[in-house]
Write a protein that binds this ligand. Structure first.
Ligand code: ADP
Ligand code: ZN
Length: 625
């Protein structure tokens, strides 16, 4: 670089970065803010990067690590994934290694020697290692090109077990003032952003906040009626043979759903904190390595999972916050291909979550915060407007369009109706039941009374004598449950005690006194269409348009390439996507290159992969004629 005179620093740097993008990664162009970020870090600047999952954060530190002299040190808490990350880089011809507690002394010695000899481009490091003087001393004897702090939200208050290790990372800036630092996270909130900046002492860094829209993910939230059956139908009709994640709240429901799906021919593994570490590691490895496996999991699963071809994320229980929902659904479609975020949500979810907050641990302030988080999540569930627009606004970003064309409310706009009278009927019933001191009645009893059902429990308590008995026959049971759910969501009803008894709120009085209307969302008769069978809205996402719809005639070739890839992956013991991503195989299947040079022009085929797999791919193409 120093030999070139008369050329601006920025230009030289830019072409170096771009050349590396072409040569090593085989990509044509940078995406979004990647170029600005990389340029800044390559020039020695610090950066704080907020970018959604799938946005392309890895390149933001990998390219500076390759372009600047020395080794790029990547701090990551995801020990179980380091081997895969290193394998993926090696497959690109990048000299990568890792150091964490899973290695024995000899393995570590080899990596140390490589580092000191300047033979590593990238070194992955578990954060706890940086609290050891031995590690700090080792690093100070090596040449470091950049420090990347991945999953930087781990420094935040609500963070994880890794928090103390992450807090200690502020020493990097003091000890290596001349080495640029880049902190990255997919967490979008201002509070987390501020905490990262402060805790890592990165006030002087440049900040990059990308759009948090994930246009290729279709968001759908359906009313819960028979969740197992709904899930199975969703899987069979829209995602047969696809890899995906199903989230449940409890270990027990994880086990039950996993068994149910397996019994119905869906290849499934469970994942929750109650399983022993060996089983968990095995199930995670299977999910990463095999194609089309479904993992049923609690939220313990998924952080840092960089499998690009997760086609769906399904929620059978309501997440506790919009942040959680966004993180979990964000694991779908990192490769930019169409994917679905599907959730079934019902009255019991609201009752259960409200109850948990009421009876849970923590002080009043904590309870209030949890309730606010839940309210935002419920507002997303009950909205009659575009879900994507609401998500983005929640994260303080302006949606490009009021209507995205790729969420259920845009695809099948829900109707609203004036639910004021229905609300009054429910609230009056709740008032009357309250007089029965000491008795606990849940939502079921209220619905039975409204519908005039003489059940044993109705008769036992003389509820058929109440003036409200049978006053709600104009609606059916699902509709009444929908009304109660929405009243809970709007804070016109509350949940009390361990039985989840319904009680009035301060706001209820205005409804009973006819001082306010209650607009409600009509329960849809049939669920919104699928990602594949419905035309996507006018605003077709670029990423989606590029590779989504595989032409009929390219399908056999695509399948043949996948079979070839599976064999390569098995032989080398790496996940299939380490060989080539689906998006790359699709492009090959469509373009049908006949020469090595043509194959090299496909996005995702860099120098090293061309040398390793070029012939193999061309053979598959030749065989398929
Ligand atoms: P993140 O870490 O932000 O979740 P990744 O770094 O894993 O995202 O990137 C997501 C996907 O996008 C990966 O499959 C990656 O190879 C691909 N990708 C990233 N940048 C580009 C680019 N400039 N051109 C093409 N594909 C890219
Ligand atoms: Zn929408």
């Amino acid at each position: 670089m120093s030999g070139i005179s008369g050329v601006g620093m920025a230009e030289v740097v830019e072409s170096d970065a771009l050349r590396t993008l072409h040569r090593v990664f085989g990509y044509d162009a940078f995406r979004g803010e990647q170029e600005a970020i990389i340029e800044h870090v390559v020039a020695g600047g610090d950066a704080v990067v907020l970018m959604p999952t799938g946005g392309g954060k890895s390149l933001c530190y990998q390219i500076p690590a390759l372009v600047r002299p020395g080794t790029g040190v990547v701090v990551s808490p995801l020990i179980a994934l380091m081997q895969d990350q290193v394998d993926a880089l090696r497959a690109l011809g990048v000299r990568a290694g890792f150091m964490n507690s899973t290695q024995d002394f000899d393995e570590r010695r080899v990596v140390e020697a490589e580092l000191l000899a300047g033979e590593l481009d990238v070194l992955y490091l578990a954060p706890e290692r940086l609290r050891l003087d031995t590690t700090l001393n080792l690093l100070s004897r090596a040449e470091i090109s950049v420090f990347a702090i991945d999953e930087a939200h781990c420094v935040a208050q609500w963070g994880h077990d890794f928090r103390p290790d992450y807090l200690a990372l502020s020493v990097l800036g003091e000890r290596w003032p001349d080495v640029p630092r880049i902190a990255l996270t997919a967490t979008a909130t201002d509070a987390t952003h501020r905490e990262i900046t402060q805790r890592l002492a990165m006030q002087d860094a440049k900040h990059f906040v990308a759009s948090f829209d994930r246009p290729n993910i279709q968001y759908r939230i359906v009313p819960k009626s028979d969740p197992k059956k709904q899930l199975l139908t969703f899987l069979k009709e829209e995602h047969d043979g696809d890899a995906g994640i199903v989230y449940c709240l409890s270990r027990r429901s994880v086990e039950q759903i996993a068994e149910f799906l397996s019994a119905h021919g869906v290849e499934t593994v469970p994942y929750h904190a109650g399983l022993d570490a060996g089983t968990r590691a095995r199930n995670q490895a299977r999910f990463l390595r095999e194609e089309g496996l479904v993992v049923v999991a609690t939220i313990a699963f998924g952080m840092g999972i960089d499998k690009p071809d997760v086609r769906f994320v399904a929620h059978l229980d309501l997440p506790k916050s919009v942040e959680g929902y966004y993180q979990e659904t964000g694991r779908a479609g990192r490769d930019g291909l169409p994917s679905t975020a599907w959730m079934a949500y019902g009255l019991q979810d609201v009752v259960q979550q409200r109850k948990l907050i009421q009876s849970g641990e923590g002080d009043e302030a904590f309870r209030r915060r949890s309730a606010a988080h839940l309210d935002a999540m419920l507002a997303l569930c009950e909205t009659v407007q575009c879900r994507r627009a609401q998500l983005l606004r929640y994260f303080g970003q302006d949606p490009t369009d009021a209507s995205c064309g790729n969420c259920d409310t845009c695809l099948t706009p829900p109707e609203t109706w004036d639910g004021t009278i229905a609300a009054q009927k429910v609230l009056s019933t709740v008032v009357r039941l309250k007089r029965e001191r000491g008795q606990k009645f849940g939502t079921g009893q209220i619905v039975d009374i409204l519908l005039g059902r003489k059940t044993a429990k109705v008769i036992q308590f003389d509820h058929d004598q109440l003036s409200v008995f049978g006053i709600g026959e104009e609606l059916g049971e699902p509709e009444w449950r929908g009304v109660i759910r929405q009243l809970l969501a709007q804070d016109l009803l509350a949940v009390e005690g361990e039985y989840g008894t319904l009680v009035l709120t301060e706001a209820s009085a205005a409804v009973l006194g006819r001082q306010r209307d209650v607009p409600l969302r009509k329960e849809p008769k049939k669920p919104a269409g699928s990602a594949r069978s419905t035309p996507r809205g006018e605003r077709k996402a670029k990423a989606v348009a590029a590779a989504a719809d595989l032409p009929e005639e390219a399908t056999p070739l695509f399948e043949a390439l996948r079979a070839w890839r599976a064999e390569q992956a098995r032989e080398q013991g790496v996940p299939a996507y380490v060989i080539f991503h689906d998006a790359t195989l699709r492009e090959i299947a469509v373009a049908r290159p006949t020469t090595v040079a043509e194959l090299g022009g496909i996005s995702g085929v860099g120098e090293k992969k061309l040398a390793t797999y070029g012939e193999g791919v061309l053979e598959v193409l030749a065989e398929q004629g």
